[in-house]
Design a binder for this molecule. Structure first.
Ligand code: ZN
Length: 202
């Protein structure tokens, strides 16, 4: 009976319901989690390329939590397994960070990246810069450059540590870097805002 398919069948394909808070949102605002059909597993499908059963959820701590504990995700797993919300949050954070790292590489390959205080300062002086990223443990100089960037209308974000950012570029430490491509900057900011929403307290 087609009638019992209900709302989902009539819904515009571009809108989905969040399995956590239950509100409807544009597909782009939600992340798809693929749920195993036989074995209980959940995979993150950021690119929406995976087949199989899936549920959509806001990439926010509260929504992931309620989806896993009592919402659509718990139902999709048919009570066979109980997934800890923390493990789903971790998977999501990992995927968004991977994506952000890929975007950093893209910025480097296309020469839209300035690494380190001197290079960042020079680029800002030349009025270049769409996103300044500083390590969360950078002090002094990072503050000053972030301030300069903000004054020039360049976005800023804090991510990782000097050691973890350094690792990405085979340096021992990296406190600050600057993206000089608007599209890449926006995509990285998007990833980092999701990471923040998935890791914030409360
Ligand atoms: Zn939600």
């Amino acid at each position: 009976m087609l009638g019992v398919m209900g709302q989902s069948a009539r819904e515009k394909p571009s809108r989905r319901m969040c399995a956590g808070c239950g509100s409807r949102a544009a597909r782009e605002e939600l992340v798809r989690l693929v749920v195993g059909d036989s074995a209980p597993f959940v995979a993150v499908d950021l690119g929406r390329r995976l087949g199989g059963r899936g549920v959509s959820v806001h990439p926010k701590k509260a929504c992931v939590r309620s989806a896993a504990l009592r919402g659509g995700l718990a139902r999709a797993l048919r009570g066979v397994a109980r997934l800890e919300p923390e493990s789903i949050e971790r998977m999501l954070v990992e995927q968004y960070e991977q994506r952000a790292l890929g975007l950093l590489s893209a910025a480097q390959r296309s020469r839209n990246l300035a690494l380190g205080g001197d290079a960042v300062r020079a680029a800002l002086k030349a009025n270049k810069g769409d996103l300044l990223i500083r390590a969360k443990d950078s002090r002094g100089r990072g503050d000053e450059l972030a301030h300069t960037a903000t004054a020039l209308g360049c976005a800023t974000a804090a991510w990782g540590t000097k050691a973890s950012l350094g690792d990405v570029f085979s340096r021992s430490k990296l406190g600050v870097l600057l993206i000089t491509d608007r599209g890449i900057a926006a995509a990285i900011l998007d990833c980092l805002s999701h990471v923040e929403a998935l890791t914030e307290d409360g």
